[in-house]
Design a protein. Structure first.
Length: 254
């Protein structure tokens, strides 16, 4: 039983074959799908997905850093309203992204801190998006650290030292397609991290693992990620599935 801890199955990329993609994932042993939010414009698609697959789809709520624009306070108000209205399994994905736009760093940081404190209020994990912003993300985590701060460092692509730092803030490492890339680098040290600290993800439809790199990703490809991880840790794929699913269940309290 595999768990995809991060997949955008509501994306327009799946509009023509979503049912097929879901079935293919289930056929490859993926039994749970954790769905990160982006902003209010995707909420209906997320809720529709949950209604179609209530037994296996689990929703997060949050404002993605690349959606932090001039109207970000309105978007955060939407997050607050939805948290008051219904339950979610996490606040995510949230964080800082300096790859696309460095000019919004200040408001990205403000939105990140606000949402971390929401997560603490609701006793929920956070799911962190970090791109070209490890120093800035760690600065916020250092400020907010504590027993009530925990979650997943989604799509971890940092160094061994950064991995240990993230784990020190009660974060699991979200391992996805990058672990299969020849230049991904995390495969060079991942087995130095206790597997109790990692969970698996696809980030579908993005970041397809080899041999599908450059094409649309989907949750069935989680088995390829699990296979690579099993090689790195020199344990069976079944053990990888069992351990990482248990890690995910502990984080999301499912």
């Amino acid at each position: 039983m595999l768990t995809d801890t991060h997949t955008h199955l509501y994306s327009e990329a799946f509009d023509l074959d979503r049912d097929t993609v879901m079935q293919q994932a289930k056929d490859r042993g993926v039994s749970r799908f954790f769905i990160p939010a982006i902003d209010s414009s995707y909420a209906k698609a997320m809720y529709d997905l949950e209604a179609s697959y209530p037994e296996c789809v689990h929703l997060m709520m949050g404002l993605h850093p690349t959606s932090v624009k001039e109207n970000y306070k309105e978007e955060l108000a939407f997050v607050v309203k939805e948290l008051e209205r219904r339950s979610f399994v996490a606040i995510g994905e949230i964080g800082i992204d300096l790859y696309w736009d460095t000019s919004t760093l200040e408001i990205q940081r403000d939105a990140f801190v606000f949402q971390i404190r929401l997560a603490k209020k609701y006793k929920l994990p956070i799911v962190i998006h970090c791109r070209d912003a490890f120093d800035q993300v760690f600065e916020v985590l250092e400020q907010e650290k504590g027993d009530d701060l925990f979650g997943i460092f989604h799509c971890f692509t940092g160094s061994l030292a950064q991995a240990k730092q993230a784990i020190g803030y009660n974060m699991k490492l979200g391992i996805g397609g990058v672990v299969t890339f020849k230049n991904g680098k995390i495969d060079q040290f991942l087995n130095q991290i206790d597997i109790k600290h990692i969970v698996l993800e696809t980030d579908a439809p993005y970041l397809s693992p080899a041999p599908h790199r450059g094409k649309r990703n989907q949750s069935s490809y989680l088995s390829l990620i699990a296979s690579k991880v099993s090689t790195l840790y020199d344990i069976s794929e079944a053990q990888v599935a069992e351990i990482t699913t248990a890690n995910a269940a502990a984080i999301f309290k499912i």
